[in-house]
Design a protein around this ligand. Structure first.
Ligand code: ATP
Ligand code: MG
Length: 414
């Protein structure tokens, strides 16, 4: 957000000798992109989460590049690249399975940007210089530019000091910035939990006060943001913060209601927390996470609320399906789960009945089912949170270690 009289501010420059960025953590493809652009005569920097994470000594998840070249010029300068984007044009550079996103410097919050009656920015595609680009970003810690050749960091907003002091601040007035794009509220919570940052009371108050604006955010975008919230390795802390700031209800309404209910079952809440801690340790070990497993956990209260805990194989699958449909339908009006993921979630839930039928002759086919692993993990977590399933989890753990022949033996003898 550029202030009216904001003309050519001198940025703070942090030299290579002042920070201790490990250059080995800089992605080769990101370097190539910058080299291509510079060879064509443009300026190009790493910006955003990449620089932030490098300064924190973490391996960045992705590298965003900002340049003074227009999308068309970027496309010309980079092989294997294409222009994408509706709200604003970006260029994707593809190398192998990796995509590097390259964006032209642009301004934000200016008079030309189309806004809704509530201040929401609808279209925002005006190009600008590096300074404009810094001020249109959401938080100060996200507006640092790294020149990979000199290894200097360019800081227009004070993000470097914020990071040193573990502080999160908006660029400009948080009320205005959250109104322009309420997703910034979710991002604030993500950054605070992932990096253990603190912030001013006024920013906290604005998160509380303006969270209802999240209702204006398209449900597909909310889905993407929820994934980011829970996949960054601090899902457990993030969940607590979403509850604390009363943001959860705009993303996962049934889960939020369940937590607030007087009669809610502690075991279910414990189950969610265990599962999230489990996801965090998977991230720490570089193991993959799936959206289906995450949502099957987060929406479990909504199913249990409808049909009770599944502790007996006598519960009919059609009854569960009906409850699952209702749970997902309600969820989709807040944060839209793609169909492919929805069917996987339902499989995991149905398996909670199927896995209770340990006398089934279909043991081997269940074990080789593509949803077995996730469903088994789900079942184990339920048991660990205190749900009594008559030792079913241990039974499945043991049987997986048996040969097929022995499995048949065991099931016949029951
Ligand atoms: P992550 O580690 O999750 O990638 P990030 O900060 O890099 O975090 P991205 O979504 O990759 O998040 O965005 C890259 C950069 O674009 C951000 O650092 C920020 O500068 C800017 N940005 C992203 N979303 C917004 C937004 N809603 N409003 C303003 N600036 C944004
Ligand atoms: Mg990023």
């Amino acid at each position: 957000m550029v202030h009216k009289n904001q003309k050519n501010i001198s940025p703070e420059i942090y030299l290579k000798s002042q920070h201790n960025i490990d250059q080995n953590l800089i992605n080769k493809n990101a370097k190539d992109v910058i080299n291509y652009l510079k060879r064509s005569g443009y300026k190009a920097y790493i910006v955003g989460g990449g620089v932030r994470d490098l300064l924190l000594g973490k391996k960045p998840k992705d590298f965003d590049i900002a340049t003074n070249a227009t999308p068309e010029q970027i496309k010309k300068a980079l092989p294997r690249s294409r222009i994408i984007g509706r709200r604003f044009k970006l260029v994707h550079y593809r190398k192998g399975r990796e995509i590097i996103e390259v964006a032209t410097f642009r301004t934000g919050g200016n008079k030309k940007a189309a806004k809704s009656s509530k201040g929401l920015v609808l279209r925002d595609n005006t190009y600008g210089n590096i300074q404009d680009d810094a001020f249109r970003r959401d938080f100060k810690i996200n507006a640092l530019y790294l020149d990979i050749h000199s290894m200097e960091i360019i800081d227009y907003t004070g993000g470097y000091k914020d990071l040193e002091n573990r502080r999160l601040s908006c660029i400009g007035d948080s009320k205005v910035r959250f109104r322009e794009d309420p997703v910034r509220i979710i991002r604030a919570i993500r950054f605070m939990s992932a990096m253990e940052l603190d912030c001013k009371d006024s920013l906290k108050a604005d998160i509380y006060g303006l969270a209802n604006l999240l209702e204006e955010v398209p449900t597909a975008r909310r889905y993407e943001e929820v994934l980011k919230l829970f996949f960054t390795g601090s899902a457990s802390k993030t969940f607590d913060k979403l509850v604390e700031y009363k943001v959860l209800k705009y993303l996962l309404p049934a889960t939020s209601r369940y937590l607030e209910e007087e009669k809610s079952d502690e075991k279910i809440i414990h189950f969610i927390k265990l599962a999230l801690k489990n996801s965090d340790s998977r991230v720490a070990k570089d193991l993959p996470l799936t959206p289906a497993f995450l949502f099957s956990v987060l929406l479990w209260p909504s199913v249990v609320k409808r049909i009770g805990e599944i502790q007996s194989s006598k519960i009919k699958i059609p009854l569960l399906r009906k409850a699952a449909d209702k749970a997902i339908r309600e969820q989709n009006s807040h944060c839209f789960i793609p169909n492919r993921v929805e069917s996987m979630i339902k499989d995991i839930w149905e398996f909670q009945i199927k896995l209770l039928k340990v006398k089934s002759p279909k043991i081997t086919s269940l074990i080789s089912h593509k949803r077995f692993r996730a469903s088994y993990d789900f079942l184990i977590l339920r048991e660990q949170s205190g749900v009594n399933l008559n030792g079913c989890g241990k039974w499945w753990t043991d049987i997986q270690n048996q040969s097929e022949h022995r499995r048949e033996d065991l099931t016949n003898r029951q």
